[in-house]
Design a binder for this molecule. Sequence first.
Ligand code: NAD
Length: 478
Amino acid sequence: MNGNYDPLYLFINGEWIGASERGTASVVDPATRKELGRVPLATAADLDRALQATQQAFNVWRAAFPIERARILKRAADLMRERAEHIATLMTLEEGKPLAESRDEVSRAAEYFEWFAEEARRIEGRVVPANRPGVQQLVKRQPIGPVAAFTPWNFPAITPARKLAAALAAGCSVIIKPGEESPATALALARALDDAGLPKGVLQVVFGVPDEVSRHLIASPIIRKVTFTGSVPIGRLLSARAAEGVKPITLELGGHGPVLVFNDADVQRAAVEGAANRYRGTGQVCISSTRFLVQRGVYDAFLEHFVKAAKALKVGNGLDPATQVGPLANPRQLEKMQALVADAVDCGATVLAGGKPIEGEGYFFEPTVLANVPMQARIMHEEPFGPIAVVMPFDELADGLQEANRLPYGLSAYAFTTNARTAIDVADGLEAGMIGINQYRIVATELPFGGMKESGHGSEGGVEGIEYYLTHKFISQA
Ligand code: NAD
């Protein structure tokens, strides 16, 4: 147990419910492998109560004036900011990321609530001219209904925030199952919403055996919309379950972000900022840059800067202010990194930095740079979701684009060039939902966040984000 960590609950129908007779799962600090607490696992009866409550609360919340919904979401954002230091500490303890990154994440999560609070007031309809006399035609946008949301452990504030803020602003009630590895952060957001006056049952938080919870919730006729962030295989599974009930689903899945660095680019910036981006969140970031494709003329210079930047990073406990890269989230992730490097080396790759776990208590892995990686290596196809970068050369723009688009992923992609024509062509040609030109910081509250191909569909954030929680209804009146 850790004194700075919060007790863990289920939040059902406005009640904070402890484990009592229920099963629990251990929550571990990935920097020390020490248990922080135990999260209660919802029973089938808990899920049924949550479903009944979400139906009742939907009828209340959809009728609330938009300005009232907006006030509550804004008040919750204020509370998140007031409590930012505490929430950031919870996040670093349970997820491992450096405290500065956790603080930034809490602030950005609050921003989503502020953004969608405003959007709640702009859910406007249309009056469509009729082709018959005396007929009035209206198109209304209405909340789609109770939502089941599933979020992972890597961004325990911002991923729930993108879903909750948009759904609640739209007038939907939500049952969310955050990742069991980092439950306290999501509970802290729910606490802020509860304290801000959200009516009981509008938001409920459950944990459990993920497969059982998603099966139970998605199969219920009460749930009208599903949203999931996580891996491609689980996204595919939940998509099939949603299809059974003909329910729309938003999917934000994995990526294998390519970066194209052209001969005319600011190579040092592309490399130094590229390393910071690749190893941020210990590489456990879906929009991370993974494959650095560098035009032949600047390949050596890029490698030199990149390797130097990777080696200079300070890996450690996220609570230490000097730490730039924290631990991996769990032993599965650590084993996966070892396996990916071993496989690449077996195939003939060269390790230019890192490549090994760091001895000690936590799940630490060295920032790793691989070059000369043959195409058959697993890392050329699988999302590493960890601190491994691949650097490879290309000759012409068309070759670079072909490699960038080779995989079934299509989440983020980046390019560095000072040539305007190249920038336009590459932005046009990259098959990805989010593209950064001459920069890696691509996400903003005002922009739609989402992918294409197997990285998923639907957008979270921007004016687009609320659409996925609304349905259109027309009224033709004679
Ligand atoms: P995962 O997809 O198995 O789990 C991600 C989240 O989904 C977890 O919080 C888990 O509780 C939940 N989940 C798992 N099975 C579920 C089910 N049947 N029903 C409902 N929810 C379920 O991924 P993981 O093993 O935690 O991480 C491994 C891979 O997942 C990574 O390598 C990466 O590709 C991907 N991932 C992507 C993101 C993202 O932001 N897109 C986040 C986390 C993980």
